[in-house]
Write a protein that binds this ligand. Structure first.
Ligand SMILES: CC(C)(COP(=O)(O)OP(=O)(O)OC[C@H]1O[C@@H](n2cnc3c(N)ncnc32)[C@H](O)[C@@H]1OP(=O)(O)O)[C@@H](O)C(=O)NCCC(=O)NCCS
Length: 176
């Protein structure tokens, strides 16, 4: 099977189909995942939320990136990324990631984190974060906490809690 898909920026009109695709891919319990704690009260980075659509099928994939802090270092969280179960293994996920990461680099972002399977994300350069370097706001299998540097040597300074911007700012206020 092949897929002739096209990538496009997310528009408000995609919201319902994206929620449906995410429910289909991850199940209804997806909102209990630790990554969702980083999206609550947060807003996806403009220009980095993409969909893949196929003529005659509709939405076949989606990806978004969220601003976070890795310790005191600004970073992005990649995800969720999902491809429709009937259109998986056709290159759609890798195409969404390559386009999103290329745009993120053009926007000047320096580090991307995600929670996922290393063998898959290593295909676009992700690697495991050294144990104990970063602490997520909930349980995460350390083998699945991955990073990609979009600029050299950025991870070195990232140490401590991973938080969304508003919680990072609140913590900084409380500490000052
Ligand atoms: C994971 C997902 C986004 C991959 O998208 P996709 O379009 O199916 O993947 P691609 O076509 O780009 O890549 C396919 C290749 O990656 C491999 N691959 C896919 N998922 C993998 C995984 N979880 N671990 C290791 N390899 C994986 C496939 O075996 C295939 O290998 P091949 O090229 O050697 O045949 C998609 O399967 C999906 O939506 N899954 C359900 C939701 C999910 O798990 N999202 C990620 C959360 S971390």
């Amino acid at each position: 099977m092949t897929s002739t898909f096209a990538l496009a920026d997310v528009t408000p009109g995609h919201a319902k189909s994206i929620e449906h695709l995410l429910d289909l891919s991850f199940g209804l319990s997806r909102r209990t995942k630790t990554s969702y704690r980083l999206r609550e009260g947060n807003t996806a980075v403009p220009g980095l939320s993409l969909v893949a659509a196929e003529h005659g099928f509709g939405l076949v994939g989606c990806i978004s990136f969220w601003p976070i802090f890795a310790g005191n270092v600004p970073a992005l969280l990649l995800g969720p990324i999902a491809v429709h179960p009937q259109r998986q293994n056709l290159g759609i996920g890798l195409a969404l990631m390559r386009e999103g990461l290329s745009r993120a680099k053009s926007q000047g972002h320096r580090i991307v984190l995600l929670v996922g399977d290393e063998p898959y994300y290593a295909r676009v350069g992700f690697a495991r974060i050294p144990d104990g370097k970063l602490l997520m706001p909930g349980p995460v299998d350390p083998k699945r906490l991955l990073f990609l540097e979009l600029a050299p040597e950025c991870l070195a300074a990232a140490k401590g809690l991973v938080l969304p911007p508003h919680r990072h700012a609140a913590l900084a206020r409380a500490r000052s």
